[in-house]
Design a protein around this ligand. Structure first.
Ligand SMILES: Nc1nc2c(c(=O)[nH]1)N[C@H]1C(S)=C(S)[C@@H](COP(=O)(O)OP(=O)(O)OC[C@H]3O[C@@H](n4cnc5c(=O)[nH]c(N)nc54)[C@H](O)[C@@H]3O)O[C@H]1N2
Ligand SMILES: Nc1nc2c(c(=O)[nH]1)N[C@H]1C(S)=C(S)[C@@H](COP(=O)(O)OP(=O)(O)OC[C@H]3O[C@@H](n4cnc5c(=O)[nH]c(N)nc54)[C@H](O)[C@@H]3O)O[C@H]1N2
Ligand code: SF4
Ligand SMILES: [Mo]
Length: 888
């Protein structure tokens, strides 16, 4: 019997509520947005909507594996415990480490942190949140004395100016972005400013886009502070009563003229003037920021340079205003609550305070608590490489792809004595290096809580029974704890027990006598199993004063610093540690695409999410394309002193000259050389230790391919034997983009070698060849069914793949189709929908163009009414608008 279960999306920090209609026996689920959930009120983006396609067992890690052999949990856990215990007894507790993830549930994260810091006695547990949120954490701590996000999503509707700084929310926080779009239509006064070196889809709703020079944000916000002061737009009473450090911050912000700041940021002075005057004149301002700010060698200072402007104007803690860090992962915030970073302890306490250490030790009953911070992510993999850390357990993250200088990470893991990896997917670039693989339950199987950007705690609820022998992450941790002799402190029966303890710790000695902490779940300290099962989505703090939670903090102007006042931080803009130079003259920027999630382990299982951007690419400005001899759609090699990659050249003026952008998603599983992490600069912010992932000096060259091609195949191929390949999964086919430095002697033999079908397949091949032009085309047709296609040419200009791919959905080719298949063009009069624009309703570019033309569609709404495109998540609206504008 199908049943409806309310749960939370496992992707971004918006934290959308989902209403899942589950058929447990068929293991299928129909996903819709939960109309009652305050994060999304029923809306979902393309990724959330496609979750039903990702719950497949295909590719899952279903059983523990030790040294490449399936094994029992008993054996696996004993091996893990032995490796940890032996390493600790020989080399001490700092020779072991855990590297976790903002995608773990709070309960998983809590026990992992408790085991490492409280019982193993080392703080060597860090997480991928170091690469994501740590500059925000550090900035909040400096300004507010605690890691507090002051505002909430409801402020979007109340603001009159929303600034998106280093955030492509249209693609990365789509439901919040659509909420801002709706707020803008409801409130014509609401202005949106986007501050990003690239022109992104988020600019679609921008009244002003400031394409500042990469890394120049603190110039811009220091300039704003100076301007506000000069224009007497500051709130003197607020500054005097509730803050400290204003004059030092103002002094360091400097007295540079607006023209000089504009020059530093490479912006037109007029545009900067417009932005500054809007900020000065608007009371209700929200500054939403994300990785363009955090992922920087001076990310913490940049965060504070933004907060400074809010403190100077007293615009914080009230409706419709405030600095607002858009968190990335679904449980980035939960990780911060449990203290998942190596310098944090737990429940917003850290190692800098001896009383905190004592308090947590008493609460946990631990005699062996760690007393100082452990290695942060980059330090951790360096320590593994140096042989200082000899046993590591990686949970819910794929560092061989996502860490900077990722080739070094791969090398470090390759020589580490013991590497355990918990994942729900079997084959990743990181699992490839594990001695021990532990099958974790995935999103549709686990139970627990996550906290979104606005401090809202929501339940993730299991939809299905565990796949194979997969176990919850918290369970795996407690089994290790028991084997290390800590059974008593880890005797949990379920996620509810852990949550209750986590809530109780947040309440422990959290009062006027011992000092108040912002993170307080005392209302849940005695929560029953039933209450936990039914837990509604609520925003912390949840305590006696706020039993239903609290939307905004700091309305009372009480900060968590020693003086109770907010702190201005004096910021002086710094130059990047690694600036472009003669050998590496360009700046590499990296980031996200609309329909993929990080290292693609889950989103790439949904074929409809693979169509929006089917291939790894590099955005190049036309001037640079000319300068470096790069043709559109050819392949280029990008090199830094750390590594290299190959990517398809996209020439666009949405990027600035001197800058390149590559998506972060492709891995060794999906491409021969599309993994970008190897290139990326390992420099970190000295305060937050967050890496500078948006700014690496690189050079770019044309890849001297002798031939380009693609192959479409009904069955999955082993990795093609050629220098360049990239795999994309469709509904009924696999697509391989190909290029090589030398041609095989015989293309047909090569094709047969790749497809590797059983039996005699020679008879089924149609061929076309023009050796003079370097063209080769072949189709494998069995009983009129198309099974494989190979198209080879000298250059990158090859027939469109969309129509050819659509032929794989047919049981048999029509005679007319068979006749023209090697031409690559559909028979006259037949349909080709083109590249997918709307992933939610699978509407292609050609379909939209045709409808615009034949039906005289003029607006995005017209297109929506006619084709449904853009009416679900709305994240393709910018592209539809582009098609309307470029109407031939
Ligand atoms: N579709 C999708 N959504 C996601 C994710 C995903 O993988 N896919 N991941 C989630 C996660 S974990 C995170 S952290 C968030 C990230 O969300 P975002 O931070 O919005 O995403 P990014 O694309 O990494 O980077 C944002 C922008 O920063 C800009 N930028 C680069 N350098 C600078 C600079 O010097 N100054 C300024 N002002 N901007 C700069 C880039 O050009 C880019 O457009 O997304 C979350 N949502
Ligand atoms: N150059 C560059 N590098 C970056 C970034 C960038 O913008 N540029 N962004 C950084 C940021 S913000 C982030 S957040 C990281 C993300 O980078 P990663 O964390 O490395 O990326 P994911 O693909 O999300 O990896 C999550 C892994 O956990 C597995 N998994 C999913 N659910 C579960 C579960 O419940 N339990 C367990 N045990 N495993 C599970 C998935 O299959 C996957 O292998 O990348 C960072 N790296
Ligand atoms: S915006 Fe999309 S990815 Fe983010 S939580 Fe909502 S549905 Fe999931
Ligand atoms: Mo992130």
């Amino acid at each position: 019997m199908p049943k409806t279960i309310k749960t939370t999306c496992p992707y971004c920090g918006v934290g959308c509520g989902i209403s899942a209609e589950v058929d447990p026996l068929a293991r299928t689920v129909v996903i819709s947005g939960d109309v009652d959930h305050p994060a999304n009120f029923g809306r979902l983006c393309s990724k959330g909507s496609a979750l039903g396609d990702t719950v497949t067992l295909q590719g899952r890690l279903l059983q523990p594996r030790l040294h490449g052999q399936d094994c029992s949990w008993e054996l696996a856990l004993d091996a893990l415990a032995t490796a940890f215990a032996d390493t600790i007894s020989t080399y001490g507790p700092n020779a072991v480490a855990i590297y976790g993830s903002g995608q773990l549930l709070t309960e998983d994260y809590y026990v992992a942190n408790k085991l490492m810091k409280g019982f193993i006695g080392s703080a060597n547990i860090d997480t991928n949140s170091r690469l994501c949120m740590s500059s925000s954490v550090a900035g909040h701590k400096r300004a507010f004395g605690a890691d507090t996000v002051p505002g909430c999503y409801a402020d979007f509707e109340l603001a009159d100016l929303i600034i998106l700084i280093g955030s492509n929310a249209a693609w990365c926080h789509p439901v919040s972005f659509q909420r801002i779009r709706a707020a803008k239509s409801a409130n014509p006064l609401l202005k949106v400013v986007v501050i990003d070196p690239r022109q992104t889809s988020s600019c679609d709703i921008a009244d002003l886009h400031l394409p500042l020079a990469s890394g120049s944000d603190s110039w811009l916000f220091n300039g704003l502070l100076h301007y506000l002061h000069q224009q007497q737009a500051i709130d003197r009473d607020y500054i005097t009563q509730h803050t400290q450090g204003f004059s030092a911050a103002l002094t360091l912000a400097g007295t540079a003229s607006l023209e000089r700041v504009a020059q530093q940021c490479a912006l037109p002075a007029q545009d900067l003037q417009t932005f500054y005057s809007w900020f000065a004149a608007t009371e209700k301002v929200m500054s939403l920021y994300s990785q363009g700010i955090n992922q920087s060698a001076s990310g913490t200072d940049k965060v504070n340079s933004i907060i400074n402007c809010h403190l100077a104007t007293g615009r914080i803690g009230q409706a419709g205003m405030g600095p607002f860090s858009l968190t990335g992962q679904p449980n980035a915030m939960g990780g911060r609550e449990v203290g998942g970073l190596a310098h944090q302890l737990a429940a917003h306490m850290d190692f800098s305070n001896a009383e905190d250490i004592d308090r947590v030790a008493r609460f946990w009953g631990s005699r062996n608590i760690a007393r100082q911070a452990g290695y942060s992510a980059v330090e951790l993999f360096d320590a593994i490489d140096a042989g200082k850390v000899k046993a590591v357990w990686i949970m819910g993250t794929n560092p061989v792809v996502s860490m900077p200088n990722a080739d070094k990470v791969r090398q470090a893991l390759g020589k580490c004595d013991f590497v355990a990896v918990s994942d729900c997917i079997a084959a990743t670039d990181t699992t490839a290096l594990a001695h021990l693989l532990l099958p974790a339950q995935g999103w549709s199987e686990k139970d627990g809580t996550v906290t979104n950007s606005e401090r809202r705690i929501s339940r993730q609820r299991a939809l299905f029974a565990a796949a194979g022998q997969a176990k919850p992450d918290w369970w795996i941790v407690t089994e290790l704890a028991k084997r290390l002799g800590f059974a008593q402190a880890f005797a949990y029966q379920g996620a509810a027990d852990i949550f209750r303890e986590h809530a109780a710790l947040s309440a422990f000695e959290n009062d006027a006598e011992h000092g108040r902490r912002d993170f307080d779940l005392s209302a849940y300290a005695d929560i029953s199993h039933q209450q936990y099962a039914e837990l509604p989505p609520r925003q912390w703090p949840l305590n006696q004063d706020y039993p239903q939670g609290r939307a905004r903090l700091f309305a009372d102007q009480q900060f968590f610093t020693a003086s109770g006042k907010a702190q201005f931080i004096a910021v002086s803009p710094t130059k990047p540690v690694n600036a472009p130079n003669a050998a590496y003259p360009l700046i590499l920027n990296t980031g996200r695409l609309r329909d993929q999630w990080h290292t693609m382990t889950r989103t790439a299982l949904a074929s409809k999410l693979n169509q929006h951007k089917p291939e790894a690419f590099v955005e190049v400005h036309p001037a640079d394309a000319e300068r470096y001899g790069l043709a559109a759609d050819s392949l280029a090699e990008i090199n830094s002193i750390w590594g290299s990659m190959l990517a398809r050249v996209h020439i666009t003026d949405s990027i600035q000259p001197g800058n390149l952008f590559v998506p972060m998603h492709w891995t060794g599983q999906y491409a021969s050389r599309g993994r970008m992490g190897g290139l990326v600069n390992p420099v970190v912010d000295p305060i937050s230790k967050q890496p500078e992932s948006k700014h690496t000096p690189v050079r770019i060259n044309a890849f001297q391919a002798k031939w380009y091609g693609f192959m479409l195949s009904r069955t999955e191929l082993a990795a093609p034997t050629t220098e360049y390949w990239l795999k994309n999964t469709g509904t009924d086919y696999y697509r391989y983009e190909l290029a090589g430095l030398s041609s095989p002697a015989n293309w047909l033999e090569w094709a047969k070698g790749q497809v590797n079908l059983p039996g005699n397949i020679t008879a089924g091949w149609l061929e076309y060849q023009d050796t003079g032009l370097g063209v080769y085309r072949a189709a494998l047709i069995n009983q009129n069914r198309l099974d494989a296609l190979l198209f080879i040419g000298r250059g990158p200009t090859l027939p469109n793949r969309d129509w050819l791919a659509s032929l794989f959905s047919k049981a048999e080719l029509e005679p007319a189709e068979r006749q023209v298949v090697l031409s690559g063009l559909p028979p006259i009069g037949s349909e080709d929908s083109g590249k997918v624009i709307c992933a939610c309703f699978n509407v292609g570019e050609k379909t939209i163009r045709a409808a615009i033309k034949t039906q005289g569609l003029a607006t995005v709404q017209d297109v929506g009414r006619c084709l449904k495109a853009g009416t679900n998540c709305g994240s393709c609206i910018a592209e539809i608008r582009g098609l309307l504008a470029s109407k031939p």
